[in-house]
Design a protein around this ligand. Sequence first.
Ligand code: TXA
Ligand code: MG
Length: 353
Amino acid sequence: MQTLVVTQDENRIDRQTIMQAGEIIRNGGLVAFPTETVYGLGGDGLNPDSSRKIYAAKGRPSDNPLIIHIYRMEDLQVLVKEIPDNAKKLAEAFWPGPLTMILPKADLVPKETTGGLDTVAVRMPSHKVALAFIEAAGGFVAAPSANLSGKPSPTLAKYVVEDMDGRIDMIIDGGDIAIGLESTIVDLTGDVPMILRPGYITLDMLKDVLGEVKCDPTLLDGDCKERPKAPGMRYRHYAPKGDMLIVDGEAEAVVREINRCVADSRKRGFKTGVIATGENADKYEADVVKVVGGRNEETAIAASLYRILREFDDEEVDAIYSESFATDGIGQAIMNRLLKAAGHKYKQIREEE
Ligand code: TXA
Ligand code: MG
């Protein structure tokens, strides 16, 4: 299949290109598009064949449900059995934006889109190109992140091209992505709202609107015996090809330990890489040192994390060591993704060591 790559500027949307993209979706084709979180791989969310094609293009198991993206509030009611008060409050507070809500699905939503579940994930993104595209596509665009299954979500169009060229009809290059981590997912089908995937909309932000909110206990705990509630969080994901370890503790001790590990890996002939904060970067002795952002710049860290994981793959790094980050606010999402990338390999350095 020939994949057409087009560019779109959020501030100067070209109607003709967007209409062409919309028509591809309405005819059952696939188009990758920018959102404020990561690039999405869109198909018609109400067409079971389109959902099947999405799974095939990604190489994704078909029991892992897709998020349906809408462009206006009133379309939520089309997709769900009813809209609880909590959903209304969250939509008012955070839509359009990086929040996905899980609700009981309406009959019209095909099970192919929801991975066989009776619930549906819905999000209204804020990226202007995404909104224009969803409208042109008929209003209901099912879209997972536009990466091949198992790779980090794409935060640059070049990574979408790398993964999807020849597999889909069109790629809309919208330039840089603002957030860089996937949307926060909140399940509103239980007694208490529960975060299934942390993101830019944090636990505290949700509590401010809803009062009580729980987190899926598996989010940061690799030893947790329960299964993650979002099917997609069960798969090994966001995984670089290299082996990865996160080292936590007081800054100097972390640098010392990472350098010890780097020396060890090098002795064994491995190419080594470090994910460093700007404060520590020049202290590492690895082959490749990537600065993910300043220690307290959590939005910068979120925005560059996936790009860095992909760069380690491109540079064929075998052993990756990462500093650890605070787990509050957006840090919860950063550490959740980092731990998944590392397969939960995590080492805590104690003071006395
Ligand atoms: O920011 C985002 O959410 C991006 C952009 C493109 O919007 N999309 C995205 O989609 O990250 P995806 O498919 O890569 O991740 C969707 C996650 C998966 O972990 C999936 O299992 C979960 O949402 N999910 C979808 N529907 C669900 C449902 N009904 N119940 C529980 N989890 C669900
Ligand atoms: Mg994904």
